[in-house]
Design a protein around this ligand. Sequence first.
Ligand code: NDP
Length: 247
Amino acid sequence: MSHPSTETVSKVVLITGASSGIGEATARRLAAAGHRVALGARRTDRLDLLAKDIEADGGSALAHELDVTDLASMQGFIAAVRDRFGRVDVLVNNAGVMPLSPLAALRVDEWNQMIDVNLRGVLHGIAAVLPLMQEQRSGHIVNIASVSGLRVDPTSAVYSATKFAVRALSEGLRQESRDVRVTVVNPGLTRSELADSISDGGIKGAVDEMMAIAIPATAIAEAIRYAVSQSADVDVNEIVVRPTAQG
Ligand code: NDP
């Protein structure tokens, strides 16, 4: 008998950083695929509009304020989702910031912000859902790293360091888990609001120029949907999605 390669069940999917870009596109795509989505971010006005939009299209969505740098906030998000839907099947650790700058500029506050959101935020997500997923003996953690987690460029040292770290801890979590699936998705240049966090005008201008070839956030959402839809014994470990024209 053939092995069913995908599941069609409706899962409860939490998405951090759902107020724009890849997180928003992922929420829309997974809701359209029949999953129930929980939207976390700081800009709750945007989350409320997105949840209304998804529900107007026949989907099921919960908007909840979330600051991933705060473990208690992450735990509150998970608890609210559990109250509403009864379980947590998938956590997409997507929230991120990218204030690029050369190390010599010593923008230490921005280094710390990247560590707090991009790395500590992912760890907080894992800490908040892993006990529940272990208890359920099922679950899926999708971590959004980056092509900058595969290579380092000038001005990206700290951003890359956080993304290399996300890949490292994902691999460790994968090896330690027997019931919980772990997927890393590494986007290349993708249209979103990410470059808005760059405070250096010259670097922001250069990134904006590079973004001319960027792909839509829906391309990354589709890769996440693919990983989520596999059957429980199939773990898509890592996906890289770049624009065709990106070197
Ligand atoms: P956006 O800036 O459009 O989205 C980032 C999201 O993160 C926003 O929803 C923002 O919400 C959220 N966020 C930031 N800080 C926090 C916080 N402290 N707590 C909760 N949420 C937070 O960028 P992208 O969609 O591009 O970024 C999504 C992920 O993709 C990031 O991890 C990024 O590093 C990664 N990525 C993006 C690439 C690209 O080219 N766009 C390439 C490679 C990786 P709010 O401000 O409302 O809290």
